[in-house]
Design a protein. Sequence first.
Lengths: 584, 584
Amino acid sequence: MRWTESLIPTMKETPEGAEIPSHILMLRAGLITQVMAGAYTYLPLGLRSLHKAIAIVREEMNRAGAVELLMTAICPISLYEQTNRVEAFGDVLVKATLPRAGRKVPVVFCPTHEEEVTSIVAKFINSYRQLPLTLYQIQTKFRNEERPRFGVLRTSEFLMKDAYSFHTSLESLDKTYKKMYNAYSIIFSRCGLPFLPVEAESGPIGGDASHEFMIPSPNGEDKVVTCPQCGYAANTEKAEIGEFRPAADTAEPKKLTELETPDAHTIEQVCKFLKVKPHKLIKTLIYVADGKPVAILVRGDHDANENKVKRSLNVKTLELADAATIQTVTGAPVGFAGPVGLSIPVYADNMLQGCVNMVVGANKADKHLVGVCYERDFKAEKFADLRDAVAGDPCSRCSGTLAIKQAIEVGHVFKLGTKYSESLGAKFLDDSESQQTIIMGCYGIGINRIIAGICETSYDENGIIWPVNLAPFEAVICLIKVDDTVIAEAEKLAAALEANGCDVLIDDRDARPGVKLKDADLVGFPMRIVMGPKGLENGEVEIKWRWEKEPTITPLNTAAEKISSMLKVEREKSERFKRKSDSK
Amino acid sequence: MRWTESLIPTMKETPEGAEIPSHILMLRAGLITQVMAGAYTYLPLGLRSLHKAIAIVREEMNRAGAVELLMTAICPISLYEQTNRVEAFGDVLVKATLPRAGRKVPVVFCPTHEEEVTSIVAKFINSYRQLPLTLYQIQTKFRNEERPRFGVLRTSEFLMKDAYSFHTSLESLDKTYKKMYNAYSIIFSRCGLPFLPVEAESGPIGGDASHEFMIPSPNGEDKVVTCPQCGYAANTEKAEIGEFRPAADTAEPKKLTELETPDAHTIEQVCKFLKVKPHKLIKTLIYVADGKPVAILVRGDHDANENKVKRSLNVKTLELADAATIQTVTGAPVGFAGPVGLSIPVYADNMLQGCVNMVVGANKADKHLVGVCYERDFKAEKFADLRDAVAGDPCSRCSGTLAIKQAIEVGHVFKLGTKYSESLGAKFLDDSESQQTIIMGCYGIGINRIIAGICETSYDENGIIWPVNLAPFEAVICLIKVDDTVIAEAEKLAAALEANGCDVLIDDRDARPGVKLKDADLVGFPMRIVMGPKGLENGEVEIKWRWEKEPTITPLNTAAEKISSMLKVEREKSERFKRKSDSK
């Protein structure tokens, strides 16, 4: 392929509005172009990388026994009403009305396909003999983003590999879950991504039922909690915090005092008004747990974690109390709840054990208490891990200390249970002819994020550094001078490389050599071959890996063979993972 | 691949609502399933065929020098406003409003991509040095169908290969147009489709500027005009009608008489009221041509063709006159115009030469004239070909007679000219630094229609008959008994075939042999291999082409080799076309 026959609009300057490396580099390298906020066209080079990622995903999904289908983007809104997801998705759900003969048909553009796939399975599966089954597709999803940003990391239209598995038992689900987890590890390895699988919230099925595949990156929107000592990794929602290791609080307990705090109901306002730091405050959150009001205490600089609260209290439903309930329970309007004198059960986060001289709401409008000490002024039913982890927390698995990293989510595996099969009537007859609900798992990969993930983590000041497996082209031949002789030699070399399974772009533009070398670095082709009349006279070309500084001179007559074998070695590097037996 | 690990829901009965062969067979063979009216999911077997069609299309587009990109489905409606296509598409255009931070963004789901691609080219192309360029994508289009029907032939969501070419000159456009025409012929040949390229309306660029690729089929929605004698083929809109060959009209001219025809303004009403056949009526259509009223006469059983009228009158604009103009010009309300006594220029279709005893409007409300004869009662400025062709018309190229066939449109190549580049500002600087408008062509293939086209034209009473190149699997191994020995032998044979580049499905269902053989015919795998314990004892399997009646017994130990070579020969049959030189 020749550069002049394609559309590769590289740019020298950082485009306006682009802030993070992947966005800047993908625009500058001519991989994508913006159609509108949150919508990007993949230009020829970007699409080549996308296709390579798709091929890897497809190959590994097939190998893991999943079967591909292609569902529609349009789907009647009624399907989403059956699962109560019209409201749940809110403005994220892209809706339209189709004028059909005599009526208006409301539809959604699917943001995911649990509804469609489950209704297909409900239609066609009726016996345990037809299970297990794993279906997947590589298809465009639509999710309106209120504030689209970060280039292709968060867009309203994106390519997703979504898989759904269907089972007669939790054991069967577990088996497929492991297969998918394993396939994901292989996929991201082959893509050259420095991925980190982290534990995520498990949802309806307890236990070890959900993992996110994260790419640590300073510009990631997600946070992961890791323990550098034992390797434990989870998202902040899920991360378990180890046993409390209190430092002796040597402060002298002060007198409990009530202060006027007019109009100060937020942590920020109270801190400002009383001139204290947030960690000296206690947040008192009034929840309704299984219908009964409870108070949850966490430190002012911490966030309560509802899933942890639910598990710790062993309740099925948990909702923040409304203003009326808060008034009844605390005797004060929202913003002034505190544990002192409260008559409902109080549960406190571990970190509040033995706390002294804290600030809490006074259960009176516009009043707070200061000098509050545990035991002397209030007591909790129990201390537990009730909050999101923060950096510096103790690890729950070892004596290490948790760290927090920003990360990009590229994949998610999840044991769904029967949420969708219940709502959509996906049942099967078991071997005793009794009807059961199908158990499901779901498994997603954001294909565009694979590409953005590379560009976000593998670059230098000159541009992207592609791994061979995903590079738009594995090699570029930069022509120092564009004349018939040089082009003929370049075409000959390209043909020889292609015959060996390499893909090559010839930069035949009528441009200065400097421009071509800069663009080769910017786009980030792994192998750069420089060819000019002078070198050709000596029977030589210059070759260089993108990540090396200096080129090597190599004889033209053996160049194809040498480069092919170098690329082969490089390709094999990304295949260095343990592939578990493919047998079932 | 094993049948039990996939989802292949074959059906015995014709599904409700399915009327045409492709719809019935694709549902019964488990290739597709309906999500809602006009939206179908491709199940695993259907998707395999779709992928094979995509691969052929992609290969030939690349070979023809087109470069692939992937544009977004969502696009701001403003782009369509710039080209005046919001109104032109009407209810076909699928629109949505995206709630973004603080505002509502109106978007369309693209029904085609002239707007998007032209705006991309306008952004990045500015010099003649960057042209010509042909961009294509294989992408999902959205077009609301008021009455979706015919299964996957007409749906609201479909996969299209759309290509757009950009040029500095008409000569360059012509070159690419020919390349695309040639590529399309090869694509449909390789897909095993009995295609017919027909001339279509040329639009802004005159001459030989548009062709449709049609699959003749009794259930096609389109009509094509062909001459069995010389091979001339065009759609009804474009088809030229040969010189008028009048049969002597021996009828005695009657007296011109005015009759009351109360409330009869349509051809049908007048015929019924006066008890005459439509071919004895003259339709008088009042048009405004380049701002001036004219009357166009065609026989009552014919349809005027506005493109032919425009060309014949050599005018730029042509619009049907409104009621007020008709009243002014004819002195009567709509429905009673006639040529007798009309003071505006009159143009008549060739077929009206020498007509006698016709019925025409009397230019008075509720009155018609009968016994109208050409020359005696009215005259025309000129006779010309002003109407759509009908069966029995003379061919314009030879002495043959035109026939009309129903057909399915699977592709279209079109010289666009500068319509979109003008509206969207796609310009280039020519070699003298003067700014010019880019000249465009566009080229579409309905990928789903390739699949439906096969199912509509290649089947028998038992099911689909796939050409090897597009079959979901080239071969099926039907197991007469499912036990470990038979499965092991089947897997061995499948592996050997796969190693030779064949794809094979093993029907390992716990079902009666009759069911499996029926399903093999219904799905229509080209090669059926029957394997059972008895045959295996004798070291034999049965093989049969889908289109043959009786199977052949073949030794198991040479079966893989034999079947592979049979499939290879069959594959090569569909490659029997002349491939023009790939050089430019």
